[in-house]
Design a protein around this ligand. Structure first.
Ligand code: F0G
Length: 496
């Protein structure tokens, strides 16, 4: 009997309950050893603000962000050495041009020596956003940019340029009984109403894929197409905030009716075919530690409506970042990004990535810890209101801040409050707090960094914390309550 005949007698490896990772460790870093008391001291010094907690003290998992925290592949490390640090038109720039065209569409990257520039590299996403909103802000007064959920710094960049930012969350996102797989969608009824009321004031419509502020939830292809059609029918350009474009495409392929036979690459192409432009942070689905960009479709409505903007953008980019052919990135960063973009669209990578986050969610659900479901692509969102149900915690006690502080000091895991404190605001005149629609603690899972054991340990820690949640005291804000983007800057202490 041949070995080929023998293997047919055994069940396929694909049927195993536990699948191996599609990669192995290439290089690892040992953590430092700190105990709970030492971590508590470090956190006290940081005014209980997890952003100021030294990362060397994190003995568990660091879920502060999935942005720029990826473990690079050996191919990316190798590409780093091929970085060309020339001041203009470095080798990587042309490879990146090719990759952007291949993945998102030819029309998003003109050859700058012969055509009008429409592709602008920046050092990270928010720099690209600021460039875009700054030039839009100069068009006229009282403008509004609607979104399915603006990210915090995106919203801040819009508002810093005197434009109003509006979130049109889907009704499913707020419905605890909804089993929709695409809670990240934009509420198109609300969008139509907004357009009816103030069409002339909307310079563009923005859709974030996946919807980070809206619980990291994906957006369906149907919704992307519908928003694009509504926008274009009303002569309004349509843009994507495309940070997690590959993860969003995985959800479309796996959960949206009629999409499963398309490849990830086909879904990405279709997604971007509806857009007139996009901003992106390559620190997420660029699988890079740094990088961002703004790409405008050369035949799109934005380019037709605002033909002067590309020149203004280029001037601004040269003033603040550098020549458009490196745009604030070193040649080696560009090279790692080119390789990262190739890896991110691979189905075996995405399958593993999203199932890891989903499994993490399942283990929390099994322990009855209240999280937003279905789980999105890059993070687990713990429902703070439900977590503290049955305790004396009030919204103005910022339970989410207390929870992250106790979790970090006791178990060494760093998560981030994205709720009543981060998205709320304080009015010094009325002395009142205004609370947002969502109140989460987010566990953003870095790409290719942790193993199942790490995440299981976090689930166990959270279970302990959940059972003793009544022991987490209310928070007092000792600095920064009234500041904008206050979660990055504030300091806290426990009451009593
Ligand atoms: N848009 C979205 C949807 C984001 O999630 C982020 C960053 C940005 C824009 C800005 O990109 O950081 O490169 O300037 N999100 C990170 C996070 C920081 O933790 O969610 P950036």
């Amino acid at each position: 009997m041949t070995i080929k005949e023998i293997i047919k007698k055994f069940p396929s490896e694909k049927n195993l309950k536990t699948q191996t990772r599609p990669y192995f460790n290439h290089s690892i870093e040992f953590k430092k050893n700190f105990n709970a008391e030492e971590r508590a001291e470090m956190l006290e010094k940081a005014g209980l603000n997890v952003f100021f907690f030294p990362s060397v003290g994190i003995t568990g998992c660091d879920f502060l962000s999935d942005s720029g925290t990826t473990t690079m592949t050996n191919e990316q490390w190798a590409a780093l050495h091929q970085g060309d640090e020339s001041y203009g038109s470095n080798r990587g720039y042309f490879i990146l041009m090719q990759k952007i065209r291949e993945i998102f569409g030819e029309q998003f990257f003109n050859e700058p020596s012969i055509e009008k520039p429409n592709a602008f590299i920046f050092h990270q996403g928010r720099a690209a956003e600021n460039a875009l909103f700054r030039t839009i802000g100069q068009l006229s007064k009282n403008q509004t940019i609607p979104s399915n959920g603006h990210f915090d710094t995106t919203q801040a960049n819009i508002e810093a340029n005197q434009i109003k930012a509006i979130n049109l969350f889907s009704s499913e996102l707020k419905d605890p009984n909804s089993t929709s797989q695409f809670k990240g969608n934009m509420n198109t009824e609300k969008l139509k109403k907004l357009i009816q009321e103030s069409k002339e004031k909307i310079p563009l419509i923005y859709l974030t894929i996946t919807n980070n502020t809206g619980g990291g939830q994906p957006v369906s292809l149907k919704n992307i197409k519908e928003v694009s059609e509504i926008a274009h029918k009303n002569n309004i350009p349509f843009f994507l905030d495309a940070c997690r474009f590959a993860e969003n495409s995985w959800f479309i392929k796996n959960y949206e009716e009629g999409q499963k036979n398309k490849s990830i690459k086909e879904i990405i192409k279709e997604t971007f075919s509806y857009a007139d432009g996009f901003t992106i942070s390559f620190k997420k689905d660029g699988l890079a530690n740094m990088g961002g960009g703004l790409f405008i479709k050369n035949t799109g409505l934005f380019m037709k409506k605002y033909p002067q903007i590309p020149d203004e953008l280029m001037n601004y980019q040269i003033l603040t970042e550098g020549h458009p052919t490196y745009g604030g990135l070193s040649g080696r960063d560009i090279m790692t990004l080119c390789v990262g973009l190739e890896t991110i669209t691979k189905e075996e990578y995405l399958d593993h990535r999203i199932k890891q986050v989903q499994d993490f969610g399942k283990s929390l659900q099994e322990k009855e810890i209240p999280i937003l479901t279905p789980v999105g692509g890059h993070a687990i969102y713990l429902d703070v209101n439900k977590f503290f149900q049955g305790t004396k915690m009030k919204p103005e006690d910022f339970g989410g801040i207390g929870l992250t502080a106790v979790l970090l000091a006791t178990y060494g895991h760093r998560a981030c409050e994205l709720g009543n404190f981060a998205f709320g605001s304080y009015n010094p005149k009325t002395k009142e707090e205004k609370f947002p629609e969502v109140n989460f603690v987010r566990f953003a899972v870095p790409r290719l960094r942790y193993e199942k054991k790490d995440l299981d340990s976090v689930a166990e820690s959270l279970k302990e914390l959940y059972e003793k949640r009544h022991l987490i005291p209310p928070i007092e804000v000792i600095y920064g309550k009234e500041l904008s983007l206050r979660h990055f800057k504030a300091r806290f202490k426990f009451k009593k």
